[in-house]
Design a protein around this ligand. Structure first.
Ligand code: AP5
Length: 214
């Protein structure tokens, strides 16, 4: 079992980069997506998580680590995972190390997407997501062919509820306080590579893939 971690602030383009990994046999695990699925299904976890997400706050380490444990516990030796949005705290990073050890996996690489705050605000305010299939667009940088409609299924596109400007500022503050320290954590292990995520979508994807030799 192999794992790659994509780190970076909200809106840096983790989900956008992750799309190309699916074509390379990686299972894309976005903890944000998993939580939004729980919210959609109105499960007890989803009801609790909605309050946290809408307010730009993290859900508890215990919940998120439990979700990852369930996935890794069912995985086989040949499985390859791309983690997007996990780990997000030092406790989660240490838990991932322990889980990989327990299930015989290894962390192949951590890729940090670096992106300045002004650009993050522009990216998140222009992000639109398909209400049906979840495909992500940007009104200027990656627009759909027909305004406000998904290219795949013609369903409506919407702004994510946590992309309101005040919530984005809060998410950025929490990222700096709780997630940015993971850069040092992984630098200490010699496992991190930094990529300039302010470039175009194609350039960022190529830079991430080039270094992996996939
Ligand atoms: P999550 O869904 O993971 O959100 P996030 O990390 O804040 O990241 P985003 O999905 O907002 O951005 P992204 O980096 O994927 O950017 P994207 O590719 O969409 O988590 C949401 C919430 O869930 C958290 O706030 C928290 O509450 C909770 N949560 C999740 N995981 C958790 C955990 N482990 N622990 C605790 N709580 C957790 O791109 C953004 C836009 O920019 C798009 O419109 C895209 O088209 C455009 N774009 C992307 N790249 C480029 C580029 N290179 N050039 C131009 N435009 C670009």
């Amino acid at each position: 079992m192999t794992a790659i971690v994509l780190l970076g602030p909200p809106g840096a383009g983790k989900g956008t980069v992750a799309e190309v990994f699916s074509e390379k046999g990686y299972t894309h695990i976005s903890t944000g997506e998993l939580l939004r699925e729980e919210i959609l299904q109105e499960t007890p976890l989803g009801v609790e998580a909605k309050l946290r997400l809408d307010d730009g706050k993290f859900v508890s380490d215990e919940i998120v680590v439990g979700m990852i444990r369930n996935i890794l516990g069912k995985a086989g030796a040949a499985d390859k995972f791309l983690f997007d949005g996990f780990p997000r705290t030092l406790i989660q990073a240490e838990s991932l190390d322990r889980l990989l050890h327990e299930f015989g996996g290894r962390l192949a690489e951590v890729v940090q997407l670096d992106c300045p705050d002004e650009l993050i605000i522009k990216r998140l305010s222009g992000r639109r997501t398909c209400t049906e299939c979840g495909t992500v667009y940007h009104i200027a940088y990656n627009p759909p062919s027909c305004a406000d409609k998904c290219d795949n299924d013609a369903c409506d596109l919407q702004l994510r509820s946590d992309d309101a400007p005040d919530t984005v500022r809060k998410r950025l503050g929490i990222y700096k306080e709780r997630t940015a320290p993971l850069i040092d954590y992984y630098q200490g292990k010699g496992a991190i590579r930094r990529v300039d995520a302010s470039l175009s979508i194609e350039e960022v994807r190529n830079a991430v893939l080039e270094g992996l030799g996939t």
